[in-house]
Design a protein around this ligand. Structure first.
Ligand code: HEM
Length: 448
């Protein structure tokens, strides 16, 4: 329906039905730029998540607050390079543990659950550190939290709005999940708070993780174990399923186009030989970067992205003259730019090195290349665009590229059925990688 909308009304706004009303969808670069640059008083992302996810009830008012976003956008991003050796160690152990290969034999492994576990361990290595990031009960909690929030919100939104704050609490997973989270993190956070109280914010031996980075920004009531656990659950909500979806799609693209394995393996081998397993080596892996960007271009989270709610009581009139009423929900048509033949040659064909080839051309012409995996634009909205573009994308890109490089350097990979990419699972407006597909793995045979 969204595809039909942007084909019938290119560069315009159109509407699609939902259960009790309509959603608006904008298409075309100038309208997308308008939405991406408008202030929160006009288009609000927080009120949109309140509307679709009952955010304040399911995740709490602190989730995605200024403190939360600031800790991710500035401190987490600044520390990616420093924390990279730990992230890399976790990637090695997580793949080893999940694949559990025996000798040199091939093994058929359900891909999505394996990727989900590796991602959850890897992100939590940065968020809460060892040994909690390997605790299976904790991992189950943070992985299921996202599903419980989405399901809980669906039920809460069926209630009349004035009943939601009271009855929503009984449906919401929030307090139950914080209570479970406190069992894993409570005493650790209390210890950190006590150390800061006694020795100041830069106490010797202070760990470099999300708990410390949140404490750097948190003030007043935010400095409690309860609120910090809530922040950590919300960060996992934003990080785990998005990253594991992106990696699973890239893995399915790789096995269905195996000719990409060798050039990416050679690129990774060479970078690592020269620079070791470092973030600097990852920055050299242009082909892997391009492969992910192409995979995201073709397989995003769904046809509608960047949800916003109209906050101005007078509504908003777009530059094409369409009036969007106060309180309505607006989205961006994701695939329009991603499959635009004016922007991308043969947009329906997977070309894993599309962006690295563009980078080479630009380099030769002495220009500045801006089609990195983390670069957002009106024609590439996998991480959103504008002031609310995903603040975790620098970490996401680093860990996803490190995971893929590790996989192709150390393992041979093969599709289950030759030439067949596992078909996506489609749930209404949400598109997910096939959750039952299996992939063959074996230890890399030297000489390949
Ligand atoms: C491949 C992985 C990821 C994808 C595809 C992704 C995608 C997105 C998208 C599409 C948005 C909405 C942007 C908008 O509406 O303009 C977003 C927002 C956000 N993401 Fe990500 N994300 C990923 C990983 C992460 C990670 C690892 C973190 C945390 C470390 C994170 C934290 C956030 C936060 C906090 C927001 C809300 C930003 C705001 O309200 O201003 N994401 N992400």
């Amino acid at each position: 329906m969204v595809e039909e909308g942007y084909k019938r009304y290119p560069g315009r706004v159109f509407r699609v039905p939902r259960l009790f009303g309509w959603d608006f969808v904008v298409s075309g670069s100038s309208l997308i730029a308008e939405l991406a640059s408008a202030p929160d008083t006009v288009f609000s992302i927080l009120d949109a998540s309140q509307e679709s996810l009952a955010k304040d009830i399911t995740m709490g008012p602190e989730a995605f607050s200024h403190t939360h976003l600031h800790a991710i956008r500035s401190t987490l991003t600044r520390n990616i390079g420093k924390c990279f050796p730990d992230v890399r160690d976790e990637i090695i152990c997580a793949f080893e543990g999940n694949l559990a290969l025996d000798g040199d034999d091939w093994k058929l492994v359900p891909a999505v659950p394996m990727v989900l576990n590796v991602v959850a361990r890897t992100v939590n290595c940065l968020f809460v550190g060892l040994p909690i990031c390997r605790n299976q009960q904790y991992l189950k909690l943070v992985v299921q939290f996202a599903t419980n929030v989405v399901m809980g919100a669906q039920f809460i939104n069926l209630l009349l709005s004035f009943l939601r704050p009271f009855f929503g609490r009984f449906i919401s997973p929030r307090e139950r999940s914080i209570c479970k989270g406190m069992k894993h993190l409570g005493s650790l956070i209390e210890y950190r708070l006590a150390q800061e109280e006694a020795l100041g914010p830069a106490w010797p031996g202070k760990p470099n993780d999300l708990i410390s980075w949140l404490l750097e920004h948190a003030t007043g009531d935010e400095r409690s174990a309860h609120t910090l656990v809530s922040y950590i659950l919300a960060t996992n909500f934003a990080a785990i399923h998005t990253s594991s979806t992106a990696f699973s799609h890239a893995l399915f693209d790789l096995i269905s186009h195996p000719s990409y394995i060798l050039p990416m393996r050679e690129e990774a081998d060479e970078a690592v030989r020269e620079l070791g397993w470092t973030k600097a080596a990852l920055n050299r892996m242009h082909k892997i970067d391009s492969f992910f960007r192409e995979s995201q271009r073709m397989h995003d989270l769904g046809p509608m992205t960047m949800p916003r709610k109209i906050m101005d009581p007078a509504g908003f009139t777009c530059s094409d003259g369409t009036h969007l009423p106060f309180g309505s929900m607006v989205y961006v048509a994701d695939n329009e730019g991603h499959f635009d033949p004016v922007i991308y040659e043969n947009p329906n064909v997977f070309d894993g090195f599309r962006f690295s080839k563009m980078r080479e051309l630009r380099d030769r012409a002495g220009g500045i290349f801006n089609h990195h995996m983390v670069t957002t634009g009106v024609d590439h909205v996998s991480f959103g665009h504008g002031q609310h573009a995903c603040p975790g994308r620098f970490f996401a890109a680093t860990k996803l590229k490190a995971m893929l490089a590790h996989l192709i350097v150390n393992y041979d990979i093969r599709v289950e059925v030759d030439g067949v990419r596992p078909p996506d699972d489609i749930f209404g407006p949400v598109v997910m990688p096939n959750c039952t597909a299996k992939v063959w793995f074996r230890k890399r045979q030297r000489g390949t």
